[in-house]
Every structure is written in structure tokens, then in C-alpha cells.
Design a binder for this molecule. Sequence first.
Ligand SMILES: CC(=O)SCCNC(=O)CCNC(=O)[C@H](O)C(C)(C)COP(=O)(O)OP(=O)(O)OC[C@H]1O[C@@H](n2cnc3c(N)ncnc32)[C@H](O)[C@@H]1OP(=O)(O)O
Ligand SMILES: O=C([O-])CC(=O)C(=O)O
Length: 465
Amino acid sequence: MASFLSNSVRSLVRKVPNTATAQATRSVTTLQETLMAQVPGKQAELAKLKKEHGSHVIGEVTIDQCIGGARGIKAMLWETSNLDPEEGIRFRGLTIPDCQAVLPTYSGVKGDGEPLLESLLWLLLTSEVPTKEQVDSLTAELHSRAELPAHVIPLLNSLPKDMHPMTQFSIGLNACQTESVFAKAYNDGVPKTDYHEYVLEDILSVIAKLPEIAAIIYRNVYHDGVVNKDTSLDYSGNFCRMLGYDNPSFDELMRLYLCIHTDHEGGNASAHTTHLVGSTLSDPYISYAAGLNALAGPLHGLANQEVLRWIQALKDKFDAEGKAVNEETITEFAWETLNAKKVIPGYGHAVLRKTDPRYTCQREFALKHMPDDELFKVVETIYQVMPGILKEHGKVANPYPNVDSHSGVLLWHYGFTQYQYYTVLFGVSRAVGGLCQLYWDRALGLPLERPKSVTPEWLWSQVKK
Ligand SMILES: CC(=O)SCCNC(=O)CCNC(=O)[C@H](O)C(C)(C)COP(=O)(O)OP(=O)(O)OC[C@H]1O[C@@H](n2cnc3c(N)ncnc32)[C@H](O)[C@@H]1OP(=O)(O)O
Ligand SMILES: O=C([O-])CC(=O)C(=O)O
């Protein structure tokens, strides 16, 4: 890959020498080689579609959609995943159970344990299921790119402990932008046909650096500030050690967690923001930092902390009143929330119309690893009553739980109770989806995103015609 790069940029690339593992696995086809072989064909296919069918109509837009957050408008090309309202997410055509069956795991035996994050990264970028050797070479490559620039650790250490972890995360990633190979290459005037080669460098480096930024924040805010690595492990395993967790079952949970939160087609706020900001040719570091800021909103990724906050408030209220948490008290608390004109966090979705399969696979993990956990039973009871309550409420298009409804309770089981931090874990994972697409955005030469807005007067003029 580095041979494609100009001399001035090459000095920024892969500053960390290849590890022994990377050298040993050099015989496998690398991620970069796989992509370079795919790009010309994908470019030609898209050019043909545009040339021969560019004027084909694929939808219409109503006033409701125009003022209603663009729900359902098909206006974005997304390679890496697709969301069906009934079935849920498919990553390059594979459902979550498909991924669990075919993607390489830590043990090396397919289906034995959860897929490795590196497996999903490879799948999303290339649309191919990697071999274990390819995944191992990617693990080594990510470890070799993980070093943070010297100024970032003191910066993170200087942040107020009461600053929200997502704000710290965004600051940390923005500060790493000094390493952007793409920004330097653009400045040096490389031709636009080469952008994707530099963008790929940045994408892999961002994904590699995020766990340590995240771990420093966690250890600073809640513990002693000390981060210990173990790069003999995979990406998720090493991340768990950096956070301070050393438990094989928690490692598996983190592998599942990091895989299922990666991508949710293009319209969700964090992926869309990354894509939009990237379309201005902002580099992947600051494009994804923008995506993190979108993820930090309570209607999006922050809902995972809000779910735990809601459950704790529920428990506190009924503990104080000497009442049990059961179907009756949950129903009472849900109506209090709804009557106060607040949302039930973890329920509803802009696209899904059934229980989120990411919820289902986390529930299955809980049934396998923690069937008797007290908080899991509360989440199960909420699941029994909430769809009925929301249907009765009558406003919600989807009364079923989304991914955020279940993730916190699993973390809590392992002693990871600092729920204000939960969205940072989501942010480590979402980088993979948003940035894999950003690679294809540049490889396919997608343009600046700039939809047309209209005034209320214009809308009135349309209906009065
Ligand atoms: C990773 C993720 O981002 S998954 C989503 C995480 N977010 C949450 O869990 C927060 C709770 N859920 C919600 O706020 C919503 O369901 C969203 C934001 C996810 C989707 O929003 P929309 O597509 O607008 O949902 P929908 O069409 O069902 O909204 C219709 C009405 O129901 C309300 N509604 C939707 N979900 C809920 C809910 N969980 N609790 C109460 N009211 C709700 C909306 O606020 C809206 O009210 P309004 O007409 O007064 O504005
Ligand atoms: O798809 C959405 O709008 C929200 C969501 O579940 C995600 O981004 O994971």
C-alpha cells in the first residue's frame, strides 16, 4: 500500500514498525491488496449505472417527509449494510446469526464464540468473509497503528473528570488529526483518483487508535488513570485489558458488542454525519469525530446510558416505596414517563418496525451467560409490558426495543456500572461502519453532499397550485 503514496506522505505512514506477527502472516492476501483489486470494477459498475440509468426515478418526496426528518427518502448510496424494517440489519448481505456462523472467532473455530471485530471490519470493507489468517494479519496491523500522538495523552489527562466521556472522546480523536495522511496528501496536491489510498491509511489508523483513547478516558474518570495493554490478544480482548477487565466471558461480550454496533446502513445520525462531513474532503479523523458528536445525542447512541438511568430511577423509586419491580410497577413508571412527555429510552426506531435483532442477540447472550441476573430479569419484564404500553399510547411507530435497550444490562453484570460511559463503547464500534463506507465514498468518487432545502412558503405554494 505504502508504495502508492507520494514521498512526502510516506513519512507519515506506518511509523510503527511491523510486528513479528504481521511479518509472519505476510503470505496471506492483505486487506489493501483485496481492496485495490476490487476498486476498478466497482468504479466501472457505478459509472455504468449512472450513465445508463441516471434519470430512473426511485421515489417521490412528500411534505411529511420533508419536514419529518427525511424518513424513508432514498437519497444516499451505502455499500456496507442495509436495514430492513422487519428483519433488521444485514452486513454485506449477512444477518447477525449469519455473521456468528461464518466469521472467524478468537478460538479460530467458526461458531465457537462471537465473531472478531476484525472479521467484521474485513467483511464491511471488502464484502468478503476473511480467513482466520487474514483476520490475524489485520489484528497485527491494527496493533501496529495504535500508538497515539505524543500530545494526545497529556491532553486527555488534562480534561475535567466531570466532562462527559463522549465529549472527551471527540476531543481525543480530533486531536489525533495531526496524523492524517489524507490531509497531508491533499495539501500536497495528490490527484483525486488517489484519495482513497490515503483515506484507507487514515481509516485503519483511526480504528486502531480509538480503543486507547477510550480506555484512557475510562481509567481517568473512574479509576487510577493506568492503562495496561495486551497486544497478544485481538482488538476487543486488548481493549478489555486496557479498560481493566480480564474475564474471558466479558471478552466475548465485548466482541459481540463491538460487532453488532458497527453499522446500521447510512441514514442513522452518526454514519450519516461521518459521510456528510467526509464529503467535504475533511479527513477521516475529523469526519468520524463529527459522527461521534451525533452519536452522543440521547435519541441516538446516548440512549444506552439513558436506559440504565431509567432502570435505576425505576428501582430507586419502588425500593423507596417498599414495592417490588414487576409488571405492575414498570407499567406505572412507564406511564409517568410518557405523561411527562419524555421518551422511553431504548424503545422505538426511525426505520425498524420489529424487535431489533441486535436486541435479540444480546438477549440470547444473557440467557446463555447470566440467566439469573437480577437486572436482566427487569429488562425481560420491561420487554413483556412495554410494547403494549406504547401501542396503547398510540403515537409510536415502532413499540419494540432497539439495541440500546439491552446493552447496558450486560455490561452492568460484569461490574461495568459507569453508564455515563456506555456510548463511548458504541463509538469505538460505529467507527468501523462509518469509516468503511467513507473508504468507498472516496474510492467511488462520490461528490459533496448538499441536498436542496425549501422554505415553508415554497411548500405552501406547491399545495395551492
Ligand atoms: C442506536 C440508536 O440510535 S437506536 C434509537 C435510540 N433512541 C432511543 O431509544 C430513544 C427513544 N426512542 C425515540 O425517541 C424514537 O423512537 C426515535 C428517535 C428512535 C425514532 O424517532 P421517530 O422515527 O420520530 O419515531 P416515531 O415516528 O415512532 O415517532 C412518533 C412519535 O412517537 C414518539 N416516540 C417514539 N419513540 C418513543 C418512545 N420510545 N417513547 C415515547 N415516545 C416515543 C416520538 O417522540 C413522536 O412523538 P411526537 O409526534 O410528539 O413528535
Ligand atoms: O438506524 C438508526 O437510525 C439508529 C440505529 O439503530 C443505529 O444507528 O444503530
